[in-house]
Design a protein around this ligand. Structure first.
Ligand code: ADP
Ligand code: MG
Length: 570
């Protein structure tokens, strides 16, 4: 019972901070169970981890909110936001030194994701995982303050955010409907022959480069589909929705500088995730396996077969097994493409702003000057068609600078003052009138990429006395033992909780590596384990730190570990 916690807190009042360890355990509070899992070492250390479980009966959610996994994810995501808002709404209460009295929960961004901060069980029980700073003055336990924290502050937040009775039912229903419609829309793409969809009325531009909220209504031009690319889709809740379908094949996004090309591609990049109501991108969806590709010079590459794009590098004749500590723009981009294909990307998204020019284009004149044998790179313009034809991988390319691509495009979308026009016919006509004289390079085939077999022994997260020390640095990097995995070029990691989860997932992946399992299989095994057991399989005790991620990003992180060694499957 909760009374035990208060008597313990009274007993340890005034003692050394270590005495807080006596508080570990589970306590029945009115309406929920509070569990104190882990107690911090001192008031300045990472705060203590606690969780609150509200049983289904008390939580009171109707089965319409909990019936499917998708609905439970949307419900939990909504409650995570409410909990965070309730924490913010409460006046800051410093209850002693350092982090004393703090309450914190992982802060969701604009995506609706499965999160470990709030979990809704199949039976409708709701559990929130958060941290508290156990109060002290210096290193002396402030038992009274701790009592106020657990008996006033926490109950107030829990009651204000978690039970159905506290929630605006219409807000919640909208969250669930939006999520379900977006899932439905994404799973409709394939049958419609599409790789992406952008709804009419969508708001694509963001408030700023560092603020993912929508650009204010007065300044944003809502999306409007060109008639020839207009598709309508019936959604379970929204009914009929119209918008622009991005067809399978090769799609170019062209247009003048600053006319919104990169903004459209960025929205498609994020379209692998669902977005919260009001975001503007609720019905902008992309094939779930779409991968943003960019140049990433300086990255490490381990035993990747980049020969579909690059052969005969100076001093490295065999690019079927390419490794480097310091990739160039073009070799990094080639490795990024091959690695994406290795884990099963069926769409590549490339923006000229972040691509290596020599990897994308080579015009007739340059073909003449740097003849065949001296140029190791087969540019993407010669690989995109075989890639689609043989491997069924589509490309969506922002290209403002080279009309050579008209030759190979299936669809050409021109943006003019942020609005798309279908200029496919015009581009074909231009291609017919102005011959480029380009010679096609490459053999016109795209064979399957070689699968790599990662070696468990090359993955080591030990640090000092710790068996595994893994932490997230925002969405930018993972500290992995003595290594830092740079993820700044992995564009589709969008939430620090994903980075944290991927860091732990690498450890789980490692445990299933053996001499025969390919990276793709190892990553799939991790995804299966999470599907079966939830994000909690990532840590020894329930932690609120994680959010769902894709196999693509887990593989991307493993591939960027500088210690990685890998063989290739026969
Ligand atoms: P491009 O890649 O064509 O050069 P960007 O996509 O970078 O252009 O967009 C240029 C600017 O226009 C950015 O500041 C972006 O936020 C803004 N923008 C993009 N789309 C819209 C829109 N639909 N409405 C208003 N502003 C937009
Ligand atoms: Mg741009």
């Amino acid at each position: 019972p909760a009374g035990d916690l208060s008597s313990t807190l009274r007993r340890i009042d005034g003692r050394g901070y270590g005495a807080y360890r006596d508080c570990r355990g589970a306590y029945a509070f009115p309406g929920y169970t509070l569990t104190i899992n882990h107690v911090q070492a001192d008031p300045f250390a990472a705060p203590s981890r606690v969780r609150v479980r509200v049983p289904a009966g008390t939580a009171g959610y109707p089965s319409s909110c909990t019936r499917t996994k998708g609905r439970r994810i949307a419900l939990a995501d909504h409650l995570a936001r409410r909990f965070a808002a309730a924490v913010d709404a409460r006046p800051r209460r410093q209850r002693g030194s350092g982090k004393s009295g703090s309450i914190a929960i992982a802060r969701p961004g604009r995506e609706i994701l499965e999160r470990s901060s709030v979990v809704v069980a199949a039976d409708g029980a709701v559990e929130a995982r958060f941290t508290v700073g156990l109060p002290a003055r210096g290193r002396t336990v402030l038992g009274r303050e701790a009592e106020r924290l657990f008996f006033e502050d926490v109950p107030e937040i829990v009651r204000a955010s978690l039970p159905y009775a506290a929630v605006d039912a219409e807000d919640l229903a909208r969250h669930i409907r939006t999520n379900e419609d977006a899932d439905h829309l994404r799973s409709s793409l394939d049958a419609l022959g599409l790789v992406g969809f952008v709804a009419d009325g969508a708001i694509l531009p963001r408030a700023s480069g560092v603020d993912d909220r929508p650009l204010e209504r007065e300044r944003a031009v809502p999306f409007a589909s060109p008639p020839s690319l207009r598709v309508s889709v019936d959604l379970p809740h929204r009914g009929t929705l119209t918008g622009m379908g991005v067809p399978k094949g090769i799609t170019l996004i062209v247009g003048g500088g600053f006319h919104g090309k990169s903004t459209l591609l960025a929205a498609l990049e994020r379209g692998v995730y669902n977005h919260v109501p009001g975001d503007g991108r609720e019905f902008v969806v992309t094939d779930a396996s779409a991968v943003k590709i960019r140049a990433e010079d300086g990255r490490r590459v381990e035993n990747v077969d980049i020969s579909p794009f690059i052969t005969d590098l100076p001093g490295r004749p065999d690019t079927r097994s390419f490794s480097t500590e310091n990739a160039s723009g073009s070799t990094s981009q080639a490795a990024n493409i091959v690695e994406a294909l290795e884990v099963g990307a069926s769409v590549l998204l490339i923006d000229e702003d972040t691509a290596a020019t020599n990897m994308m284009i080579r015009d007739r004149r340059m073909q003449e000057l740097v003849a065949g044998g001296n140029e190791p790179i087969t540019p993407f313009i010669d690989r995109a068609r075989p890639l689609f034809h043989d491997a069924h991988v589509s490309s969506v390319l922002v290209i403002g600078g080279s009309g050579d691509y008209f030759e190979i495009a299936d669809t050409v979308i021109r943006l003019k003052e942020y609005l798309p026009e279908d200029v496919t016919a015009e581009a074909r006509d231009i291609a017919a009138r102005y011959a480029t004289g380009r010679l096609t390079e490459g053999d016109g085939n795209f064979r399957q990429v070689r699968q790599r077999i990662p070696h468990a022994r090359s993955i080591d997260a030990r640090k000092g006395k710790y068996e595994a020390k893994v932490s997230a640095v925002g969405t930018r990097a993972i500290r992995f033992g003595l290594h830092e995995i740079d993820l700044s070029a992995v564009a589709q990691i969008v939430d620090p909780a994903q980075t944290a989860a991927i860091g732990r997932a690498i450890l789980l992946a490692r445990s299933s590596m053996d001499r025969e399992r390919t990276l793709r299989e190892v990553v799939a095994a991790v995804m299966d384990a999470i599907t079966a057991g939830g994000l909690d399989v990532l840590s020894p005790y329930p932690s609120g730190d994680y959010a769902a991620f894709r196999p693509q990003e887990l593989a991307a992180a493993i591939s960027r570990l500088r210690s990685l060694s890998a063989g290739q499957a026969p």
